[in-house]
Design a protein around this ligand. Structure first.
Ligand code: GTR
Length: 330
């Protein structure tokens, strides 16, 4: 027969329990890039800062190189509790949070500074609120440069040069329409499949910024990079709403601050890394060109804006607000 607990034994047990450290929360983090990519370095620094300042109450761990899945899948995992935090690009996000599709309208921002001004201000908060409704808490914004087309066949000087070429795009219908409007063919495809598809001729080209063109090794197989600069997409450090809601106010503050510091670091590393990657791929023999008439590319996007506004009248105010930062009337 079991001996009944004595009061002293119970008191002893309780004392022992209160002395136990609170179990750490392990947070799983998703990163599509290698760990030495600016985003990987910034995410690791975010994880370290959070662990340090919460004194181990939260232990974030970053899984690099998309080992937890491709981006659209990772976004779903974050919303379903499989992933706690991530660095997401707002491109594929548009399929899940329609407001963020505004950011995928080609030639929306004039340059990186303009994107910072918008995302660090009130419009950025509106995007964050839309994300939060979908269970995604955006804490800070990373850089992702400007995306341009590259391919295995020829320099792209005018939209006519896209004719007959098949380009990989990220998972978002807007990008299919974009390539279509320029006269090319688009195929949505996972980032991790692009290298092999370029190599085997399944596609002729893709589009991305300098660091991604470099670290994905696409430059080894696609020898022409043409500065169309058609998309300046922000990226986020995002936390799953479920994880965020289970975090104390004190720790939320620590996490938010760590995310802002990580974004500062990422933006600094981004500028350096873009220049290094540009230099590296040129040294490797990639032929880089500016387009002949940038306005021709922009003009071709007019029908995309018109269709977007007529299908999403509630999102027009975002575009107007962004145009206002550029001295335009919207
Ligand atoms: C990169 C971006 C990734 C991913 C990738 C792609 O520039 O940082 O999040 O969107 O492009 O083309 O899939």
């Amino acid at each position: 027969m079991n001996k009944p607990f004595t009061t002293t034994a119970i008191a002893g047990l309780l004392a022992g329990m209160t002395a136990l450290p609170v179990a750490a929360e392990s947070w799983r983090g998703w990163n599509i890039h290698p760990e030495d990519y600016p985003n990987g370095v910034a995410l690791d620094s975010f994880a370290e800062t959070v662990a340090e300042r919460t004194e181990g109450r939260i232990e974030p761990e970053v899984y690099h190189n998309a080992v937890l899945g491709d981006q659209p899948d990772a976004i779903e995992q974050l919303r379903n509790g499989g992933i706690d935090f991530a660095n997401f690009n707002m491109g594929p996000m548009g399929q899940i949070v329609p407001a963020t599709n505004v950011l995928s309208l080609p030639f929306l921002f004039t340059d990186l500074d303009n994107m910072h001004e918008v995302m660090d201000g009130e419009t950025g908060e509106r995007f964050a609120a839309a994300l939060e409704e979908a269970g995604i808490v955006a804490l800070s914004w990373f850089d992702s440069g400007a995306r341009s087309f590259y391919n295995t066949e020829r320099p792209i000087m005018t939209p006519a040069d896209l004719d007959g070429l098949k380009f990989r795009v990220m998972s978002n219908d807007l990008y299919v329409d974009m390539v279509d409007a320029l006269g090319g063919n688009a195929t949505p495809m996972a980032y991790g499949e692009v290298y092999q598809s370029l190599r085997t001729g399944v596609i002729d080209g893709a589009e991305n910024n300098w660091p991604s063109f470099d670290t994905s090794n696409h430059y080894e197989v696609a020898g022409y990079y043409s500065n169309t600069n058609h998309l300046i997409l922000p990226e986020c450090i995002c936390i799953a709403a479920e994880t965020w809601d289970a975090t104390s106010d004190e720790d939320k503050e620590i996490v938010r601050q760590a995310a802002i510091e990580a974004a500062d670091l990422q933006r600094q590393l981004w500028a350096e890394s873009s220049e290094q990657s540009r230099q590296k791929v040129m040294d490797a023999g990639v032929e880089v060109n500016d387009v002949e008439d940038p306005a021709a590319f922009q003009d071709a996007m007019q029908p995309i804006y018109e269709a977007f506004i007529s299908e999403n009248p509630d999102l027009e105010s975002y575009i107007t607000d962004i145009r206002a930062t550029q001295g335009g009337e919207g």
